[in-house]
Design a protein around this ligand. Sequence first.
Ligand SMILES: [Zn+2]
Length: 144
Amino acid sequence: MLNIQRKDYEALRQHGEETYPHECCGVLLGQMNEDGVRAVSSIARAANTRTDSAHNRYNIDPKELIRIQREGRQRGEDIIGFYHSHPDHPAQWSKTDLAEAHWFSCSYVITSVEKGKAVLTNAFELTGSDENDKQLVDEKIVVV
Ligand SMILES: [Zn+2]
């Protein structure tokens, strides 16, 4: 389960509208609780470095990711997930999304943006123990 505050939820959806028709991407920061609930306490926008195919791919520069991680730790926050948008495509993960997901037990949030308007936002948890048995599993989002 992913707990997210209304303002962060709206902000990540709005990010997808701003970058339309390209994919937006960003990082969810917060706490992983013992009961398996991930609680988002802030989000960080990232630049999509996939200029070749930005309408259906995203990539976060590793240097930017490290900076986001470091700044989060200074606030006592860990990386607990990632988000991106699907311009004119459903809010479901693609084969590429699964192939490029490597953070186990993290949430992957996808927002469909149709004609520039954010529609559905879904979350998926990356489960499994290694690259061979990993899966993206439906996860409930609770907006608090
Ligand atoms: Zn995707």
